[in-house]
Design a protein around this ligand. Structure first.
Ligand SMILES: [Zn+2]
Length: 159
């Protein structure tokens, strides 16, 4: 049995200044700690992402409550996802207990940042380091919160 939480989209967000600033117009009713994680990943992408070099921002929250963020790295011939960078940043601070992770990329029209499901390599990586880590991503119109150990039940989604 898959244990996951689905946050339905819609409602409520127009009244929240923080959310409208971050451009999350349809990503639902996340609990504050997960909203903070989303905002952290969004901020690193919006603030430091360079067109042509970066297209994804990721943030991980550890059991200590700290957040670590990273960008993906792209060149003409290779690419490294953002999630390993965020995990490595946590590990590099001696903070190993991963609690939740999220990665975001721009929607096609650029109007918002979408929580995306990890690629196969990142799924394996997250699971290897913390099978209980929660992974948040948009799926079928909702933000899903699922343990890394259960990620393989969800298809890879092209945004
Ligand atoms: Zn990946």
């Amino acid at each position: 049995m898959v244990e996951y939480i689905v946050y339905r989209l819609g409602g409520l967000l127009e009244a929240d200044d923080k959310l409208s600033v971050m451009g999350l117009s349809s990503a639902g009713e996340l609990p504050p700690e997960d909203m903070e994680l989303y905002n952290c990943a969004s901020t690193v992408l919006r603030k430091f992402g360079v067109e042509g070099r970066h297209s994804v921002g990721a943030a991980v929250r550890t059991r200590s409550g700290k957040l670590y963020a990273a960008l993906d790295l792209r060149s003409r011939k290779s690419a490294i996802c953002a999630e390993p960078g965020a995990i490595s940043a946590a590990h590099s601070a001696g903070d190993y207990e991963l609690e939740a992770i999220i990665a975001v990329c721009r929607s096609r029209d650029g109007s918002r940042l979408i929580p995306i499901s990890p690629c196969g390599s990142c799924r394996e990586l997250i699971h290897y380091h913390q099978p209980e880590c929660r992974v948040l991503f948009e799926y079928d119109g909702s933000v899903v919160n699922v343990k890394a150990a259960e990620l393989f039940r969800f298809p890879l989604i092209q945004v």
